[in-house]
Design a protein. Structure first.
Lengths: 191, 191
DNA sequence: ATTTGGTTAGTTAACGTTCGCAAACATACT
DNA sequence: AGTATGTTTGCGAACGTTAACTAACCAAAT
């Protein structure tokens, strides 16, 4: 089922609202105001608030898949580094998308959405472990790498980096911070 | 101002409730039920819901300070490893305390609380950077370590580890997972 | 003529919070 | 010891607000 213009507009507004004020503060009223219509008009395009959040999750997953599609085709080490830089560029352009990184608390009261998003995150971690293994195989990374630990470090570290940038955007460009992070980590895992 | 027995009881109940259901689901009604009194009775012990959350933050900060006090006195490398193991033991004993690690989204609508908790987190990162520097100075860690990047990696990785354990406690003991994480990371940063 | 997308004016339920009153309890006086 | 008194801690009922959502209606487009 493909979404109409208004539906896209609503989902985009929800991204911004969650990003700015957190999901606790997300109300139909605010969504309607952001889009510029009355509250009931929202219900012409989505059956319920839960339905809207499902569409938000859909878009988050689609963005992740796009990212993975864009970075593949290089060496494992390059692909892995690109995963973070591509996301940092995306987030700098559309900061609202950073909520993708912190979904656990967002949908805690919606089991279905939570399961979907957590499965996606597990898959992401799995892909990064695979990239680490491929990097070992191609001779870029230390052969004694603990792939589980390093995958946690990389993803967790990046998340923390992004969240601190979001809380204090004046501290510098995310892309630059990400580059420094990768430059700091790579010597540790390269052989 | 020291807190009464009932106040402690209420704060403990709030930790559990937030940990189980998230802060969006936290209501005075549920707190009252958990403690076993009526809703208005809660207001005999706290002026407002916001007041209760402030007490929760106080306890989170107190726990952090206790942790740092307990681990100091060893070599920098040992102290740093202990920081994570001590917390993993604490979290396994009282899983509700894991919300300490993910405070950003919790208090997004309360500027004062958010600022306090974020300052505490910045301080924690700073202390870890200091421990890394001390570890370099005492010859345990690689002298070329990027302390900013490694501090992010360590804290971010641990957070991710804890959050995945919380979502699937059947996957094993947190203390054991933490030990494996440290064992995987230490060879990368040791010299 | 019916679908589409909008409106105003509700409903219902849940929220944080307050009010007035009654036990329970400690303290003080006889 | 027994009674008076004030404070603490509880309760049921209710208040004001806001949430998600619905009903009924209307205008333009297909």
């Amino acid at each position: 089922m493909q979404s109409s213009e208004r539906q896209k507009e609503i989902v985009a507004a929800v991204f911004n609202l969650i990003s700015d004020q957190g999901i606790q503060e997300l109300t139909i009223k605010k969504i309607a105001q952001a889009v510029g219509v009355s509250e009931p008009a929202i219900y012409r395009h989505f059956e319920s608030k839960s339905d809207i959040l499902a569409a938000v999750v859909d878009e988050m997953i689609a963005h992740r898949n796009t990212t993975f599609a864009r970075i593949s085709g290089n060496s494992a080490a390059t692909t892995l580094a690109s995963f973070f830089t591509v996301q940092s560029i995306l987030f700098e352009d559309l900061p609202a998308l950073t909520i993708m990184l912190f979904p656990e608390d967002l949908f805690r009261n919606d089991t279905v959405l939570l399961t979907r998003i957590m499965d996606t995150m597990k898959d992401t971690l799995g892909r990064i472990r695979e990239l680490l293994q491929a990097g070992i195989d191609e001779g870029s990374f230390r052969p004694d790498l603990d792939r589980d630990a390093v995958a946690l470090m990389l993803v967790g570290g990046f998340r923390l980096l992004v969240s601190s940038w979001r809380l204090d955007p004046a501290s510098g460009r995310l892309k630059e911070k990400t580059r420094r992070f990768i430059d700091g980590v790579w010597p540790l895992i390269s052989r």
